[in-house]
Design a protein around this ligand. Structure first.
Ligand code: NAD
Ligand code: MG
Length: 402
């Protein structure tokens, strides 16, 4: 992770093409990344792609970007894709091993880590170990294994550039500053679709209501996380590791307009922020091109037209998931990994109609209470905690949440 000073910035000459590997190419971030790559073919090429199971879209991406390796998580889907590809098509791999091949392709200069959930951990860690620079969209990796992951980033000397809009904003607001002058990071949160809902309203929330985010178009899991505000909790943990600051120096402000993407407050009271329209293409492009900027064709933010900016404190009573994330950080060790695992299972159960909206934090709380925290020194211990958290959450859901 580059620090506040960018003396050690290695500038890639304009005429040198960067080879990109994408983990999660069929998702919201993956598709936006490929849109940017398609707009700058002289600067970027694609060496590998990977996806869960959406092979119709993956096929189109293969035809357009001509990767050498493609990894498909679902083995049935991988076989269908093999059957449908011409002889001279890419190598099609499957399982975690396939993802690792995708992430460690010898020609890859940078890996865009955009698989959703802790499933991104093993391949992204492998990419770091192979010396790849990382554009990090996946926040669950740092939640599950922040200390181990950051230690590996440091050890291998790779660049880790955040894609998450808040962290990209902080990264940009730290440029040219000294780390010791930072007083606080302030992460902004839209508040999601239920910002003004009462607890009684929240009892009645259906998946379709929670999937209708007012400002951002995203994958299903992060959209539900935004509605519960677990997304902001995960981002607090992400910020803790990316910027190496204690939790007490990381605050959250509700900012419904999603224009100020986050702020850094300095010891003299100055605040530096990054503003822009809510479009992930800006932070994705910045991660790909850092320390340069790409000329994106996008309507710029018009501050003179209907863009009042307001801020308030989050309500932890209506949105207990944010408090759970602070609590998990406080406990430390495998607690955030288990919280994350329980959240992934609870969100999936909510989307399937198996539990109610307010049962999401109830499941997570119970799993966290049942967990014996381990201070992991190996990634296998984190993976074991993640597996335990999933299994315990499933048990609680199938027995009926209290
Ligand atoms: P998404 O659901 O739209 O896409 C996820 C991608 O991962 C898809 O390509 C899917 O096929 C793949 N995938 C899912 N499970 C997999 C598995 N087990 N193995 C291999 N591939 C798998 O999600 P998204 O919204 O693009 O989010 C991706 C990540 O980026 C998340 O961690 C999210 O929190 C983070 N993020 C997203 C946004 C956004 O605007 N979408 C913003 C900030 C951060
Ligand atoms: Mg974000």
């Amino acid at each position: 992770m580059p620090g506040a000073n960018d003396e050690n910035v290695s500038r890639m000459p304009h005429n040198q093409q960067k080879s990109i590997a994408i983990l999660g190419s069929t998702g919201s971030i993956g598709v936006s990344t490929l849109d940017i790559i398609a707009a700058f073919p002289e600067r970027y090429s694609v060496v590998s792609l990977s996806a869960g199971g959406n092979i119709d879209l993956l096929k189109k991406q293969i035809e357009q970007f001509n990767p050498e390796i493609v990894a498909v998580a679902d083995s049935g889907a991988a076989q269908r894709l093999r059957d449908e590809m011409p002889e001279n098509g890419p190598q099609i791999l499957t399982g975690t091993e396939g993802l690792v091949h995708c992430a460690t392709h010898p020609q890859a200069d940078m890996v865009v880590s955009a698989i959703v959930g802790a499933a991104g951990l093993v391949p992204t860690m492998a990419a770091v170990q192979a010396g790849k620079d990382i554009a990090l969209a996946n926040k669950e990796i740092l939640v599950a294994a922040g200390d181990l992951f950051m230690a590996e980033v440091e050890k291998r000397g790779v660049q880790l550039i955040p894609v998450d809009s808040e962290h990209s904003a902080i990264f940009q607001s730290l440029a040219g500053q000294r780390g010791q002058d930072v007083r606080r990071l302030i992460l902004t949160a839209s508040g999601g679709p239920f910002r003004n809902a009462s607890l009684a309203d929240l009892q009645q929330v259906q998946p379709a209501d929670a999937l209708a985010h007012p400002n951002w178009e995203m994958g299903q899991k992060i959209t539900i996380d935004s509605a519960t505000m677990m997304n902001k909790g995960l981002e607090v943990i992400e910020a803790r590791w990316l910027f190496n600051l204690p939790t007490r120096q990381i605050a959250v402000h509700i900012h419904p307009q999603s224009i100020v993407h986050s702020l850094v407050e300095y010891c003299d009271g100055a605040m530096i922020a990054q503003l822009g329209v809510p479009d992930m293409k800006t932070p994705i492009a910045y991660a790909l091109s850092w320390p340069e900027r790409l000329p994106l064709e996008q309507n710029p933010l018009d501050l003179c037209r209907g863009s009042d900016l307001s801020f308030s404190e989050p309500d932890l009573e209506r949105f207990p998931c944010l408090g759970l994330a602070y609590r998990a950080l406080e406990i430390g060790g495998t607690s955030p990994a288990v919280m994350n695992a329980a959240n992934e299972i609870a969100v999936a159960a909510f989307l399937q109609g198996r539990i109610k909206f307010l049962q999401i934090p109830a499941v997570i709380t119970q799993v966290m209470e049942n967990h014996q925290t381990v201070f992991a020194t190996e990634i296998e211990q984190v993976l074991a905690a993640d597996a335990w958290g999933r299994q315990r959450a499933e048990q609680i859901i199938s027995q009926g949440v209290a």
